[in-house]
Unconditional design. Structure first.
Length: 141
């Protein structure tokens, strides 16, 4: 009888230990996966689905002008024509591209296109802001 009780106690404490260590490792895993999730969603959070929080942001600070976006982001490549980027207000560079239609050109600018980086590196730009920058770059054509 005494033996049985000891065995039962041993079994119980083993069970407790197992539960505690399982709980602890589950907590560690949970902590790790939260970090991993935070890392994974970070760049996605910056890209944003059209019209979602970009609209909120625009409401808070107002959309940036095409000139402002161009001057901060696009000029790095589109002023000198780096890597074959169509130069600002250069009709020869832009005419064949604009012939694709604004929807296509805008889609390329948003998603990236060969050496053209997605959103021209303006990760928090809304679609409208990218479009305004394109219009600014092609206003004199
Ligand atoms: C790192 C350099 C770089 C930056 C910064 C950059 N672009 Fe570009 N962009 C390019 C290159 C290179 C091309 C030509 C890609 C090709 O046709 O292969 C291009 C092409 C484009 C096109 C034409 C797409 C088409 O369909 O032909 C548009 C529109 C455009 N960029 C918009 C922008 C806007 C708007 C910005 C700023 C928000 C910007 N780019 C910033 C390099 C850049």
């Amino acid at each position: 009888m005494k033996r049985l009780t000891t065995l039962a106690l041993k079994g119980l404490s083993f069970g407790l230990a197992a539960m505690i260590s399982f709980g602890a490792s589950a907590a560690v895993q949970d902590g790790m996966s939260k970090d991993a999730i935070a890392k994974r969603i970070e760049p996605i959070g910056k890209v944003r689905v059209a019209g979602e929080s970009a609209a909120n942001e625009a409401a808070a600070s107002g959309p940036r002008s095409g000139e402002a976006v161009f001057g901060q982001y696009c000029t790095a490549c589109h002023t000198a024509g780096v890597m074959g980027a169509p130069k600002i207000n250069n009709a020869d560079d832009w005419k064949p591209r604009l012939a694709q239609g604004m929807d296509t050109v805008l889609k390329h600018a948003i998603n990236g296109y060969n050496a053209m980086p997605p959103k021209g590196t303006c990760a928090d730009c809304s679609e409208d802001e990218i479009k305004a920058a394109i219009e600014y770059m092609t206003a004199e054509i």
